[in-house]
Design a protein. Structure first.
Length: 114
């Protein structure tokens, strides 16, 4: 997908929409702009996990994991599901998974082929 061309011929409504979209994107990027939240999203990209599973995978305390999950839930990136006393989390939609794939490709992949 090509990026749009920005110039003085743009309609004011197009500019307003771009500003609105930029605000939404900035909020999304702020939500994932923490290493703990990135790691949670990375684990959830492979499927639903309980809070306890995330604690173990991250080697983190329950309070820290819950705090990061609360932020991700507030931003609409994860969805909780209760089963008895256990709470499971999953990605709300494909946006975080797509971002995690790009982050992995750019920063984690050891594949040196173009």
């Amino acid at each position: 997908m090509a990026l749009p061309v920005f110039d003085e011929s743009m309609d004011p409504a197009e500019i307003d929409l771009m500003v609105e979209n930029a605000t939404t994107a900035a909020t999304f990027l702020k939500a994932i702009g923490h290493e703990g939240r990135l790691m949670i999203l990375c684990h959830l990209a492979t499927g639903e996990k309980s809070v306890t599973e995330l604690e173990n995978l991250l080697s983190a305390r329950q309070a820290a994991v819950s705090q990061q999950l609360a932020r991700l839930r507030l931003e609409g990136l994860v969805t909780p599901r209760r089963d008895g006393k256990t709470i499971y989390y999953s990605l709300t939609d494909e946006r975080p998974r797509k971002i995690m794939e790009v982050v992995y490709e750019l920063f984690c992949s050891t594949d040196d082929t173009p």
